[in-house]
Design a protein around this ligand. Structure first.
Ligand code: BES
Ligand code: ZN
Length: 638
């Protein structure tokens, strides 16, 4: 284990942003990353080990999906038509990723054998990667049609029965392709290194509206919905939602989709999205995707948000009623620049997506709500980052450039990618100054627009565009420490929040018994102050102290999901049982991984595993397949 910050060592699990990982990390089948001695980019680094695709030889240039959305059988069923180009003229086969797909046939659409079947082979499935689909390539062939269907167990799709929706009348389907679940939706090259435009035709039962991460469906005379995504995107951004979904406009090109019960509240909660777009565009150039809509999904959506282009997918736990959690909108919108426009080429470079996005999110929040709120968020994020670093199973997982032997892309999405990445950019901003750094980032998004790049591509660009002109502001060693070394460099900013200092003073007085909880001055506290107060409580609170807080502030059962999560994490550690009935309700109601993975892990770690398993047995059928896999691993009995 790492010893980076004296006095902060604890036997914590490695905290992924979306849960904890206790198992041994790393399959050890490839060599660990060998950081270059100099900051000179190491090459080659393009390899994505989480795909079978031979994308250096043949590349998909377009995919069209023509699918029945079959709620009776819980499958997507139809034809994927794939155009491809040969990068290597000698290439003799096209290798695609599939997972839990039934492949009925592969046909040549053009070339010498147009209209005839191709003798494909589907390999035995790997548990993580799925089954490799190999298609021999005849002369002049550039387009194939694959007749296939998905599985009801597809990890990238959740099929909800009418009873599992708020309206109770219609079923619901939504997808989640990031990181490697697009292959459970369609056969394709499932790597962020490959980008392609896509189109789709969907047939859905009467009364249901289908949506995709594309131009929204034109319905034709046959009742089929037609979608176009003309811009080249990586496979993990292909997305679909189908349900009894309504729309409310926020302005002429921004709006919200949701089930009726939460539509108005969502439009109100997200009413500042146009301001966020303006702030983002003012900093980093125009929004390039046409419309920007949000869809508020059912509560089993396992993330806070997902940046599907033109249509961010959002958890309903953001609808707090006071706009206190809308940084997640700023985050998903920011991905329209960092992530969707400029994309990490491999999951080892995930910080290029998430670190940049966290940085941009914070800049936009500063523009809208002022520096104090932005700094509070930085401080909260930094507290989380330290927990991740201290609990890291392997030091290499705290590098920005992740090692070659990542066991699963999930490992890439810890606070390291998000917060260390953000603080690295804050470090650069501080050294170069905003007047220089802001235009640099803007030019970075222009320069690499619609490309997938590695960490080394970014460093090259930094060297030529910024460091060449300002050679003395950042040293090679400093950069190397940020990108290729574990832990947090001591050149990281230490956010100073006066508001948090005041919270700490009051908290100390309450802990010392000088004042009761009802005497703590909380009237002007924002959610951030509450989170700081709750997260920094000492770990030896008595039952009476828990009860004092709960009586004064009704924390048990609070409607703000972030505050509720922070409180339950404390009450689990402190064994405060009066909160457990409400915690049970929370776990039954909320499927957002960031909360529930850590709550189940905390229950398991604090001797409440049996209680957790009992709740989970009831909650599991409602959770998303991604969440089921993660929590199964946490609560496994040996
Ligand atoms: N792209 C992520 C969600 C994701 C990560 C899905 C990894 C699958 C694999 C999204 O942009 C995200 O970061 N969401 C956060 C938002 C938060 C950091 C503001 C979330 O879901 O909590
Ligand atoms: Zn993100």
């Amino acid at each position: 284990m790492l010893n980076l910050k004296p006095g902060h060592m604890a036997a914590l699990p490695f905290v992924l942003l979306f849960g904890a990982c206790t198992g041994p990390a790393g399959s050890g089948d490839t060599e660990a990353v060998d950081p270059p001695a100099q900051i000179e980019p190491a090459r080659p680094t393009r390899g994505d080990k989480f795909t079978y695709a031979n994308y250096d030889q043949v590349r998909i240039s377009h995919i069209d999906l023509n699918l029945d959305v079959n709620f009776d059988e819980k499958v997507l069923d139809g034809i994927a038509t794939i155009d491809f180009t040969r990068i290597d003229p000698q290439a003799s086969e096209l290798v695609l990723d599939t997972k839990d797909l039934t492949i009925r046939s592969v046909m040549a659409v053009d070339g010498d054998l147009a209209g005839t079947g191709i003798d494909f082979s589907l390999a035995a499935a790997d548990e993580m990667l799925g089954a490799k689909l190999t298609i021999p390539l005849g002369e002049n062939l550039t387009r194939i049609a694959i007749d296939y269907r998905t599985s009801p167990q597809a990890e990238g799709l959740q099929w909800l029965s009418p009873e599992q929706t708020a309206g109770k009348l219609y079923p619901y389907l939504f997808s989640q392709a990031q990181a490697i679940n697009a292959r459970t939706i369609a056969p394709l090259q499932d790597t962020p290194a490959v980008r392609m435009p896509y189109s789709a035709t969907l047939r859905v039962p009467d009364g249901l509206l289908p949506l995709m991460s594309a131009s929204q469906g034109e319905i034709d005379a046959n009742g089929e919905y037609r979608f176009e995504m003309p811009q080249a995107i990586p496979s993990y951004l292909i997305a679909i939602a189908v349900g009894d979904i309504k729309f409310k406009a926020i302005n002429d090109h921004i709006g919200v989709y949701a089930e009726d019960y939460i539509l108005d509240a969502s439009a109100e909660e997200f009413s500042e999205t146009p301001l966020m777009e303006e702030a983002n565009a003012a900093l980093y150039g125009p929004y390039r995707w046409g419309r920007y809509d949000l869809i508020v999904l059912p509560p089993s959506f396992p993330f806070g948000g997902m940046e599907n282009p033109r249509l961010s997918f959002m958890t309903p736990t953001l609808i707090a009623g006071d706009k206190s959690l809308t940084n997640v909108v700023a985050h998903e919108l920011a991905h329209s620049w960092s992530g969707n426009l400029v994309t990490n080429a491999t999951w080892r470079d995930a910080w290029l997506n998430e670190g940049f996005t966290s940085y941009v999110e914070n800049r936009v929040m500063e523009d809208l709500y002022g520096r104090d709120r932005a700094v509070m968020k930085q401080a909260l994020s930094l507290e989380d980052l330290w927990r991740s670093i201290e609990g890291a199973a392997r030091p290499e997982l705290t590098q920005l450039k992740l090692p070659a032997d990542l066991a699963h892309p999930d490992e890439a999405f810890s606070n390291v990618a998000y917060v260390k990445g953000q603080f690295f950019l804050m470090f650069l901003e501080d050294r170069f100054g905003r007047e220089v750094f802001d235009p640099f980032l803007k030019s970075y998004f222009d320069h690499f627009a619609f490309q997938s790049i590695t960490t080394e591509d970014f460093l090259d660009y930094l060297n030529t565009e910024l460091r060449a002109e300002n050679p003395d502001l950042v040293s090679d060693d400093e950069l190397h420490a940020w990108v290729y070394e574990p832990g947090l460099p001591d050149t990281a900013a230490a956010p100073q929040s006066d508001a948090f200092d005041k919270v700490a003073v009051q908290q100390a007085r309450w802990v010392a018994g000088e004042i009761t909880a009802s005497e703590v001055q909380t009237a002007d506290w924002s959610t951030h102050e509450w989170l700081h107060f709750l997260n920094s409580l000492p770990d030896d609170l008595s039952g009476a102290q828990f009860a004092d807080l709960d009586d004064a502030f009704s924390l048990t059962g609070t409607q703000n999901a972030e505050t509720a999560f922070a409180w339950y994490m404390q009450t689990i550690a402190g064994g405060y049982e009066p909160s457990f009935a409400a915690l049970d309700g929370f776990l039954m109601r909320v499927g957002r991984g960031k909360f529930i993975y850590r709550l189940y892990q905390a229950l398991e770690d604090n001797g409440r595993g049996d209680w957790a398993r009992e709740v989970y047995a009831r909650a599991r059928p409602g959770y998303h397949p991604i969440a089921q896999r993660r929590i199964d691993a946490i609560l496994i009995e040996d």
